[in-house]
Design a protein around this ligand. Structure first.
Ligand code: MF3
Ligand code: CO
Length: 295
């Protein structure tokens, strides 16, 4: 549920939202009142500074694990071996892999490895990485009840032109989406930034999977669509969410594997790529939380 420009403003003034607190409202009311409104109106938890510190901490560990996994992704390595390394790294850092046993049927591994035409939720298996493959590695971790979530692409050797295109376009889509994030900007602006750019590159934007609030749970409100949409929720300081655009070379449609119920592939078998960060909205803009610690 969300209000639109012509609804009464939520400040109780009796004026239309567009004549009142639209769109800079989040900056003009005190944080506690704002947090209560976001929870009631959208189910969104605006995080406090100490909560953000905890989320930043797990996000950095998550990004560090992702970094190490990406470095180990070479021709000849299986995605199962990457999962084994992932288990070891999680154990070393004392963090829990969020995907393991998540959902229904329970996700069987600690990371997602999505190759070539796989859009997302690929399951590590006995598949050897070979020259020309592109792969998304998606890592999400839990520490003390706080969650971090990020993913990146790696190329094995020299990928085909179309694979390189979706890798580059999805990375740029994420960067452009992040740059629109600030207090008062609307959630729909993310999808607009992404789909505007992807279509100029003749790519399509997957609409069957979305980014999401994250931090106190793996998936929290709000949903963050990457395609054109009309979600008129203004961003507010303390919102923590992912942006994870999935960009296809061909059609946008995803088909979920009927055997494992997880692996999502492009309907036409053409390449797909995805990059993901967890962000927090600050007083002035946004901060990427899933930056790896310096090596
Ligand atoms: N970043 C992905 C997401 O938010 C991670 C999926 S893990 C899985 O959905 F276990 F759900 F597959
Ligand atoms: Co995610």
């Amino acid at each position: 549920m969300h209000i639109t420009r012509n609804d009464p403003c939520w400040c109780g003034s009796g004026k239309k939202w567009k004549k009142c607190h639209y769109p800079k409202a989040p900056l003009t009311i005190d944080p506690l009142t704002l947090a209560k409104r976001y929870l009631k109106q959208y189910g969104i938890v605006l995080k406090t500074a100490p909560q953000i510190d905890k989320i930043r901490h797990i996000c950095r560990i998550t990004a560090g694990i992702l970094d190490q996994l990406c470095q180990s992704a070479r021709a000849g390595v299986t995605t199962l071996e990457l999962d084994e390394l992932s288990r070891k790294l999680h154990k070393e850092k004392g963090v829990i892999p969020a995907p393991l046993n998540y959902g229904y049927p329970p996700f069987p591994k600690t990371i997602c490895t999505s190759l070539n035409e796989v859009i997302c939720h690929g399951i590590p298996e006995n598949r050897v990485l070979k020259d020309g493959d592109i792969m998304n590695i998606d890592v999400s971790c839990i520490l003390d009840g706080y969650f971090g979530d990020c993913s990146r692409m790696v190329a094995i050797g020299e990928p085909p032109k179309e694979s390189q295109l979706v890798m580059d376009v999805s990375k740029e889509c994420l960067a452009r989406a992040i740059s629109v994030c600030k207090p008062g900007a609307f959630i729909w602006e993310i999808g607009q930034a992404i789909e505007d750019y992807a279509t100029t590159k003749n790519c399509s934007v997957v609409n069957q999977f979305v980014g999401h609030g994250v931090g106190l749970a793996f998936h929290e409100p709000p949903e963050i669509p990457h395609h054109y949409n009309g979600i008129e929720i203004p961003m507010a300081p303390g919102m923590t969410f992912t942006i994870e655009p999935m960009i296809n070379a061909g059609v946008r449609d995803a088909v979920i594997d009927s055997t494992d119920s997880w692996t999502a592939r492009t309907k036409d078998g053409r390449a797909s790529a995805q990059w993901e960060h967890t962000l927090v909205i600050t007083e002035t803009g946004s901060e990427i939380l899933t930056h790896p610690p310096k090596r």
